[in-house]
Design a binder for this molecule. Sequence first.
Ligand code: AQP
Length: 327
Amino acid sequence: MSKKRIFSGAQPTGRLHLGNYLGALKNWVELQDEYDSIFCIVNLHALTLPQDPKTLRKSTLDLARVYLAAGIDPSKAVIFLQSDVPAHAELTWVLLCTARMGELERMTQFKDKAKGNTERAGVGLFSYPVLMASDILLYQTNLVPVGHDQKQHLELTRDLAERFNRDFGETFTIPEVFIPKAGARIRSLQDPAKKMSKSDENEAGAIFLDDGADAIAKKIKRAVTDSGTEISFDESRPAIHNLLTIYQLVTGKSEQECVDNFAGKGYGQFKAELADAVIEYLRPFQEQIASFDDASVAKILQDGAEKARSIASETLADAYAKLGIVT
Ligand code: AQP
C-alpha cells in the first residue's frame, strides 16, 4: 500500500522561532518516515506583507537550510520553493473564483494582521488562505501538520475542496489537519496572551533558532510568570504552562516527570534549568546549519521543484479539464 502524503510549509518572513520549531518542524521530521512528505518554502505567501527584496531572497535560502538542519532529509522528503511551481498561483485563481468573500472575512489571522484596518489591508493578505489551500490541494495531501494558528485555514481548505468536488466532480483529496498535542501554540515569553511570532515587535518574546546561549538564557530569565509559586501544567496560569510545555518538548520528558522535577523549586531555578535545556536542544541544529553550502542547497531545491511540478501539474490539468478550460 502506498504511503499517505503530508504537506506543510513555512514563510521566509524572518528568523524562525521555537514556536515554529516545536509546533511544526519537529513534527515534520518525526512524520517524514511514515508519510510521503512534501515541505514547501512558501515565499509567495511572504508577499502578503511588505518585504525587502534582498532580505526575502536571503531568508528564502536560509529557510531551506533551517529545514535541512532541523532534520528534514531530502532523500525522504521533497523540499522546494513555492515560486518554482507556477501551478500554485494558477490553482489559486481557480479557487478564488469559488471562494466567498464572507468565508475569507471570517479568518481571524486576516483580522489580526490587518490590525483592524481592513480598508488599507492588501488583497493578497485577504486571499492568503486560498493560496494556502492551493498549496495543499495540488499535492492530493492527506495530512497537514501545522500549529494551532493554521487550523481555521485548514478548515477553509477542506470547504473549498469539498465544494469543488461537489460542483465539478472528484478532483481533490480532502486533507486532515494534524495539530500536535503539545506545542501547537507556543506563547510569547513577554505576553502569554499572544503566540510566539516572527513579526512581534518585542523580540524578547521569541526565542529565535539562531539565538546564542546568552540571548536564550537572558530571554528566559526575563520571561513573564504568573502569580503563585507552583510549577505545573495549569491552563489558568498560561505563562508557566507555556514555559513548562517548552521544557517538556525539549527534554522529551512526560508531564509528570516535568512536574516532579520542579516540585518544591522556585521560578529562578526553573528558568535556569529551562534555559540549559533549550540551549542543549538547539545546539545540534545550530551546529548543523552552517554545514550546507549554497550549491548543495540549490541542487536540493531544484530536484524538489522538479518532483513537485510533476505532481502539481497533474492536479491542475485535472481541475482545468473539469472546468472546461482548454489547455
Ligand atoms: N507560536 C507558535 N506555536 C506553534 N506553532 C507555530 N507556528 C507559528 N507560530 C507558532 C507554526 O509554524 C509553521 C510555520 O509558520 P509560518 O511561517 O507560516 O508563520 P505564521 O504561522 O504566520 O507565524 P509566525 O512564524 O509567527 O510568523 P508571523 O509573525 O509572520 O505570523 C506553521 O505550521 C505555524 O502554524
